[in-house]
Design a protein around this ligand. Structure first.
Ligand SMILES: *Cc1c(COP(=O)(O)O)cnc(C)c1O
Length: 388
């Protein structure tokens, strides 16, 4: 029997280990020069002007919501097929979430549904949209921006799944996820299952200098020492706390890992695309459905999701074989916390349908050909046994 295969896993090289050891031997453990370097190289990688490193993707979402002024009066639209944190960040600020259904051909938020929602609500009801590049499939932010402009909304792009992804816009330009061309703020996570890892960590990218300055302050308690920003100056020790911020700093030790990992981001993405192509080929013409990205999309393949009948049975049988498939996600509005807020079952039918059938197959750069063949063989066999 093969050793268990997870759905996602980090890859750590000797270069990563050396980078972390170097950081440990340096003067900085918490935020220091490696954080700045990580921010600069990351901003460069996604072609954004500014990047702010933080302690997790969730912290990145929370700070983004704060920087955009979310409060108890806010109504924000997002997708139900995402990790809970995409919606929770609004709840942290006391705001309300409205879930729009997904487009079943992509599993992304249905932009038509957003438009209908906005058209049927009084102007000014909603302040923002959190879009999610689910599985690594980039949302059409060009179209979303046009709608957002019409209704005066901001956009947070949750790109935790789509580092290295892109779409080609209507004028033929490649728009990298996180480049800040359409979204006000873009959020990434460096949890170990994501494209690159810092253990725990996150990043916010933006082209908006004002939001950038605000994020820097919010990351460190809302405190600033910068001469140009403080109102008075009592001496060298003087600082001001100008807003209620948090300690969401990323340690330099973790940033060292991030810098080293980022160097292999392209290689990792290439391998993910290769794995996806092999799955695509194996399931073509079978009853196992997959999501095929449109031709103008650079899918980042954080996840490889199939749609399968009798999903629970397939899931359990695969686990018995040591293939640790996963389900992404239980629709957020159906989680007990959101149910307690009054979200109804029986709404958002496309999300419910998707949830009943989706299954994430192992997808990570370190997956071997042999492992992938074992996975494919077992899925095809089980699907035949269970579903005919
Ligand atoms: C991983 C993830 C997050 C949260 O990131 P953490 O770093 O685990 O806090 C948020 N949104 C999505 C879509 C994610 O996949």
């Amino acid at each position: 029997m093969m050793k268990p295969i997870p759905y996602g896993r980090q890859s750590i090289t000797q270069a990563d280990i050396d980078a972390v050891v170097d950081a440990l031997k340096s003067d900085f453990l918490t935020q220091g020069p490696r954080v700045s370097k990580f921010e600069d190289t990351f901003a460069d990688y996604v072609s954004a002007k500014f990047a702010v490193a933080v302690s997790s993707g969730t912290a990145a979402l929370h700070l983004s919501a704060l920087a955009l002024g979310v409060n108890e009066e806010s109504n924000i639209i997002t997708t139900p097929i995402t990790f809970a944190a995409s919606a929770n960040c609004i709840r942290y600020c006391g705001g309300n979430i409205t879930f729009a259904d997904i487009d079943s051909s992509t599993a992304l938020i249905d932009i038509d549904a957003i438009e209908i929602l906005l058209q049927s609500s009084p102007q000014g009801t909603y302040q923002g949209i959190i879009s999610v590049d689910y599985a690594g499939y980039p949302v059409d932010l060009e179209r979303l921006r046009a709608i957002a402009n019409e209704y005066d909304l901001w956009i947070i792009s949750d790109a935790c799944h789509s580092l290295g992804g892109y779409f080609v816009d209507s004028s033929g330009r490649t728009q990298k996820c996180g480049n800040g061309a359409f979204a006000d703020l873009t959020v990434f996570s460096f949890h170990p299952v994501k494209h690159i890892t810092t253990g725990e960590g996150g990043m916010i990218t933006t082209n908006d200098e004002q939001l950038y300055r605000k994020l820097l302050m919010l990351r460190t308690h809302g405190i600033t020492k910068e001469n140009s920003l403080v109102g008075e100056n009592h001496g060298g020790w003087y600082y001001e706390m100008q807003m209620l911020g948090f300690n969401y700093r990323l340690p330099d030790v973790n940033a060292a890992l991030g810098i080293s990992q980022l160097k292999r981001a392209d290689a990792g993405l290439e391998r993910r695309i290769q794995i996806a192509a092999k799955y695509d080929k194996a399931f073509a013409g079978s009853k196992i459905k997959t999501i095929h990205p449109k031709s103008n999309i650079g899918h980042a393949y954080h996840l490889y999701v199939i749609m399968i009948e009798n999903r629970k049975q397939v899931y359990e049988k695969l686990r018995e074989k040591g293939i640790y498939v996963q389900v992404h996600y239980i629709p957020v509005h159906l989680l007990p916390y959101y149910q307690s807020l009054g979200y109804k079952q029986g709404t958002l039918p496309a999300a419910k349908f998707f949830y009943e059938k989706c299954l994430s197959l192992p997808m990570f750069p370190g997956l071997t050909d042999e492992e992938q063949e074992f996975i494919i063989e077992n899925i095809i066999q089980l699907n035949f046994l269970i579903n005919g």
